[in-house]
Design a protein around this ligand. Structure first.
Ligand code: NAD
Ligand code: TDX
Length: 348
């Protein structure tokens, strides 16, 4: 079948394509990506020349371009990753989040409706646990937790989820949604906590922890997220939502400490020297205290089991970032340096 993967040059999309393109030569994977700052074609080097893979540079906010793409490839399956994804950027400049995450999703749904009979078998929407807002000290997000987003990013993702569900209920579009917890792993853009801390620790730069580092995130290795999406595509029920997570809650400060220990071990630097780089900086406005996913539905209905635990996945990730210097240097462009200056200079 023809599969349009939006945002396939970003962090999770590239991991998804790297896993599935070689495994499924019987399917054609079309990567529809605008190639924003967050995309890197170097992340797709291992599959770029495969006959069942193609890149179509597309802005999902451009309705006509999306319609033409769908009419050209007539996908049976759309896996929708494309988004503006960084919470801090959404606080500085929310507009692109509205355009891509809301209007972009709307354009995809509209174009999907217009596909000829027999095509458009499934629209899989990739979303986040941030739509549920913040938990207190206890409890877990389930699929029935009310939406209560805190940031422009999470509000835009919540809007896109509502549109997907509305298109299922109103027009009968065959849709599924996965809401996943925080991902980490290879090819993650180093504006996000884990890769930022790995690279800064390795280079002797400050490790900026927001607030007191007591916020809790629930971590899942990126390949486990990709396998969960594939499992839901095949085994999940149409019109349903599945929460995806790995039962790996950690306080941010503990994550940073663990990265310090791994970086010290892998590079031979003294642990105290690496830990001495930790700085508590001004908090993120509207910073959600705690996310934690109840993954029992996806485990029960789709046989999903994560392969990595946080310790094994983090070690793999640290090694990957230390070993892939060319990739790292290519993504840390002038735009990246400007972002780091903008986000961190005012917090110091
Ligand atoms: P990312 O920022 O690394 O990649 C996003 C990709 O989308 C990039 O390749 C970018 O070029 C592309 N894109 C952006 N705007 C576009 C547009 N207008 N048209 C076409 N392509 C566009 O993001 P990610 O971390 O890989 O996240 C992928 C998806 O997974 C997002 O929808 C995000 O909300 C969701 N998600 C992410 C996490 C996480 O921890 N990273 C967790 C849960 C859900
Ligand atoms: O420099 C930092 N210091 C810090 O303390 C950064 C970048 C982050 N943090 C904190 C904020 C969060 O509590 O670490 C935690 C993780 O931050 P991010 O990596 O920015 O992720 P988060 O805001 O939790 O959102 C991520 O997970 C859910 C993704 O970016 C989203 O796309 C996804 O939906």
């Amino acid at each position: 079948m023809n599969i349009v993967v939006t945002g396939g040059a970003g962090f999770i999309g590239s991991n998804f394509l790297n896993l599935l393109v070689p495994r499924h030569p019987e399917h054609r994977f079309i990567n529809a990506d605008k190639l924003t700052y967050a995309a890197h074609l170097g992340s797709l080097e291992s599959i770029a020349d495969r006959p069942n893979y193609a890149l179509e540079r597309t802005d999902i906010a451009d309705a006509q371009a999306v319609r033409e793409l769908f009419q050209k490839h007539k996908p049976q399956l759309v896996v929708h990753f494309a988004a503006e994804s960084h919470v801090d950027r959404s606080i500085h400049a929310p507009e692109a989040f509205i355009t891509t995450n809301i209007t972009g999703t709307f354009n995809l749904l509209q174009a999907f409706r217009e596909l000829p009979q027999g095509h458009g078998v499934l629209f899989h929407h990739v979303s986040t646990d941030e739509v549920y807002g913040s938990l207190g000290e206890t409890g877990l997000f389930t699929e029935t937790t009310p939406y209560d987003p805190s940031s422009p990013y999470s509000a835009s993702k919540a809007s896109s989820d509502h549109l997907v569900r509305a298109y299922h209920r109103t027009y009968g579009l065959p849709t599924k949604i996965t809401n996943c917890s925080n991902n980490y792993g290879p090819y993650q853009f180093p504006e996000k906590l884990v890769p930022l801390m790995i690279l800064n620790a390795a280079e002797g730069k400050p490790l900026p922890v927001y607030g007191r580092g007591v916020n809790i995130r629930d971590w899942l290795y990126v390949e486990d997220h990709c396998e969960a999406i594939w499992a839901v595509i095949h085994k999940g029920r149409i019109g349903e939502t599945y929460n995806v997570g790995g039962l790996s809650e950690r306080r941010n400060l503990d994550v940073v400490q663990q990265i310090c220990a791994l970086v010290a071990e892998e590079t031979g630097q003294p642990l105290a020297q690496v830990q001495g780089l930790i700085r508590f900086v001004e908090d993120r406005p509207g910073h959600d205290l705690r996310y934690a996913i109840d993954p029992s539905k996806v485990m029960r209905e789709c046989d999903f089991r994560p392969r990595e635990n946080f310790e094994s996945g983090l070690r793999k990730t640290v090694r990957w970032f230390l070993e892939n210097k060319t990739w790292v240097e290519q993504v840390r462009s002038g735009e990246y340096r400007k972002w780091i200056e903008k986000n961190y200079s005012a917090r110091a």
